[in-house]
Design a protein. Sequence first.
Length: 300
Amino acid sequence: MKQVGRDVIYNDISGQNKPSLTVHSGETFRVGTELCSGTWLKKPGDVFIPENRIYTNPTVCVEIEAAMPGSALSIRILSVEPEDIGYTGIFNTNPLFDRFFDKDQHNITRTVAIQNGTIRLSDGICLPVSPMIGVLATAPACDVLCSTCASPNGGNMDIQEVRAGTTVYLPVDFPGAMLHIGDTHAIQGDGELDCAGGIECRSSVTLKVDVIHRPAGMEWVRMEDENTIMAAAFCEKTDDAFYEAVHEMLRWLEIGYGIAHAEAFMLLAQVMHARNTQFVNPTRSYICKIDKRYLPEPAE
């Protein structure tokens, strides 16, 4: 299996970034991701200093051979294995800070151990490890996407379902796709309230990527796991992200499953699950989900 480390990282998502690895369609490979705030965390006693924070998410770039504009990537996440330390924090740069803390409140940061499937948040609280990939994106056709934002090409989605067992579908708009991976979390709650991604950590991520025909009607990110199909969208306003995610799900049901528009809408009204997974990035993330047991066989 091909592997690449975190020696070369990029703070934006662009087709001009030189890939650290080139793989074939259908090939499995492993990527070592960097911490979202840089290389400062070396040992359990290290403490994060918010003033030194890098406000981007370092990513590793991988080229996918035969991926050409107009196609899509099917990215199967095989594993996300966190390293043994991570950190979290409450920062006064957080857009939610003034709502919950006094203006003179100081930043609070915490370095934590990640061991034996648990995270020791404090002396009295241990959490289960539930690792995810915060940033997963293909390069836009000509623009540069800041790695703190998300778009129809993916990006800083911060969606907990981007985890082992999920297949993520992203458009290819640049030759080679230029897949960017980074910003893994050992766990994250909805809203990402503290602006530190839950528990930020480095990880070893194993992926299997196939080049496929772009699904008809696909305008935003699609995902699926064994039991669920999911649509996700990202906008400056949370309401807009929700509406776009619903539209994406409707197009999938109509075109992909042959369900009439009104019927699809009524179905979603009964059994759709939806939520805002993060509220602190420049673009808000919304995911809509429906259980496959309610769906006919795909029409495509």
